[in-house]
Every structure is written in C-alpha cells, then in structure tokens.
Design a protein around this ligand. Structure first.
Ligand SMILES: [Zn+2]
Length: 318
C-alpha cells in the first residue's frame, strides 16, 4: 500500500483538493464550487465522496489523513469560526463532520499556516526551524514557525501579522480597526496606494488609463518593470511598509528567513529588492543581516493542496 494524504483548500468561491504523497507530489486532484453548498453538511458529503473517488482510482492508495486549509479555521478545535467569506455561519465543527464520513485523522488550519507547513515539509524551509511565511494576496496572511513548531497560540488563531498596526489611524481594515499591515502590504493595498499616488503625483502613467476597479497588482508590477514612476513609487512604498512590519516580526521571533508567497510576491525583484534594502538599513542591530527574504518554493498552482496535506505529513513524519 502507498500512503497518501488528502489536501483540501476551502476558499470563498472554490474548493480544491488532491492526493499528495510523502514527497510532495500531487497524484490527482479536483475542484468544486464552495458556493454550491450553503449547508456545510452537504459540502462535507460531496467532499468525502470526491476524495473517495480519487482513492478508488488506484487500489494501492491508503488514506493516512485529511489536511484542510480554510478561512478563520481553528487548529485546536478543528473548527471554522465566524468566517465572513463563507456561507456557513457561527462555529462549524468541520473536522468532526468529516471524520463521520471518513474515519482518518483530520487537521484544519488557515491557509497561511498551511502555506508555512507546505514550505517546511516540501519547500524552501525544509532545513529551517525558525521562519515565517507571508501570503500576499487579497489580504496578508502569516504562518509562523518557531523551533520547528507552528505557532497556533492560546486561541488557535495565532499568526495574524496582517492585522498588526503599522499606521496609527491609517487605512480602514476589514477587521474593523485602522492601519493594519494588510491594508498596505497586499495586492489590494498596492492598488489603493497607486490610486492615492495618482491623485498626488503629476507624472503621466499608463495606469491612469485603467479604471480603478480593473487595477491589479500584476498590472502595477508590469508598469513598474517599465519604470513607470507611479508604479515604481507604489512598489517602493509598499516594500517599505512591508519591511517595517517584517522587522516587527523579526524582533519578536528572530526567524532565519521570511518567505513571500502569493500574487504580490510574483512581482519578484520589484518587491524583493526594496524590501531587502529596507531591512539592510533599518533592521534591529542584533538581527542585522541575519534574515533571508526569499520567494516561496511552493508553486502557486498547487500550493494550497500541498500545504494542507503537509499538516498531516508533518504529524506522520514526527
Ligand atoms: Zn485588520
């Protein structure tokens, strides 16, 4: 028999799942719409039958567990709690519901923690014990590993660096507070910064021809690559505020590396270079030049499935 783990990523729109072997190979995968299931019980029934279908394709597969990345997931309790982006309200006992359909170990955590676990088991953090993964997408998620262990905290929700205050009374955040890091250092934050700079700067820019609702971090990165002054300044300001947040994280846990993952990280050197320069100049003296800023080694396309599966592989390997 060949041990496999099911990795599941539950998103607001789509759910992606796959079978992953111990080397981080995605053997088979599938997807369905999360939004087709306003009742979580029906969602679980479909998910269980889809996983069983993948298993049935190969007789030698033995399911060792199911790892799940989901918004507002609580690792300690195996629950999804008050997720604004999902139809399931209140506290959803997801792990227990799944175990009733498929009786194997089930682990649930948020997508950023899953990304960090993927990095540790299958990616660039294989030999590291202290590192942080930042996922720079619509928001900013973080998975923090200290001494080889994921930090879940007292509540199970630890690692919310996206909601540390970087600008007192700054931009309004979806969490109800102001000036959180993710309102600046995320794909959405970059777009906001460009819109703000276009009203302050007089330079011509191809970005001015794009309606605000159509601006994306990808288009801004492309303009920055062509030396568009608005885009370049927006990139540099975003990198500086991200660097500011990163230094606050560094003084707390002294990581060996910070991995950047997600849409905004795709900007490559346009983001990495100014972040590294900011750290070189501003990092706390005892930790100067001790932290690598690295791109994630987990591919964007199957990263969510791999990371979720890594939750279980981590338990099996220890
Ligand atoms: Zn916030």
């Amino acid at each position: 028999m060949k041990k496999v783990v099911a990795g599941v990523d539950i998103g607001g729109t789509n759910t992606v799942f796959g079978l992953v072997d111990e080397n981080g190979k995605v053997l088979s995968h599938g997807t369905f719409k999360t939004t087709d299931y306003p009742k979580v019980e029906n969602f679980v029934t479909t998910l269980a039958s889809e996983i069983k279908k993948l298993l049935a394709a190969k007789k030698e597969y033995e399911l060792a567990g199911i790892g799940i990345g989901a918004p507002d997931a609580n690792y300690h309790r195996g629950t999804i709690e008050h997720a604004p982006n999902l139809a399931w309200k209140g506290i959803v006992p997801l792990a227990d519901l799944i175990k009733k359909k498929i009786n194997v170990p089930v682990a649930v955590t948020n997508d950023a923690n899953a990304a960090a676990m993927g990095e540790m088991i299958f990616g660039g953090a294989k030999k590291m014990k202290d590192f942080i993964v930042l996922t720079l997408g619509t928001g900013l998620g973080s998975g923090i590993v200290i001494d080889g262990k994921m930090v879940y905290g007292h509540t199970g929700f630890a690692g919310e660096l996206g909601h540390m205050t970087v600008v007192p009374n700054g931009r309004e955040c979806g969490c109800g507070r102001k000036g959180c890091l993710e309102t600046y250092a995320s794909a959405t934050g970059l777009v906001k910064t460009v819109i703000q700079l276009m009203s302050e700067m007089r330079d011509e820019s191809p970005l001015r021809d794009i309606p605000p609702s159509k601006l994306t971090s990808k288009k801004i990165a492309e303009a920055a690559a062509n030396n568009d002054p608005v885009a370049v300044r927006a990139m540099n300001e975003t990198a500086a505020i991200l660097g500011f947040g990163i230094i606050n994280a560094i003084v707390f846990s002294s990581p060996e590396a910070i991995f950047l993952f997600g849409g905004l990280a795709q900007a490559g050197d346009l983001l990495f270079k100014p972040v590294r320069a900011y750290l070189k100049k501003n990092n706390y003296v005892l930790m100067k030049d001790t932290v690598k800023i690295l791109p994630s080694e987990i591919s964007e396309s199957n990263g969510a499935v791999l990371g979720s599966a890594a939750l279980i592989w981590n338990d099996l390997k220890n």
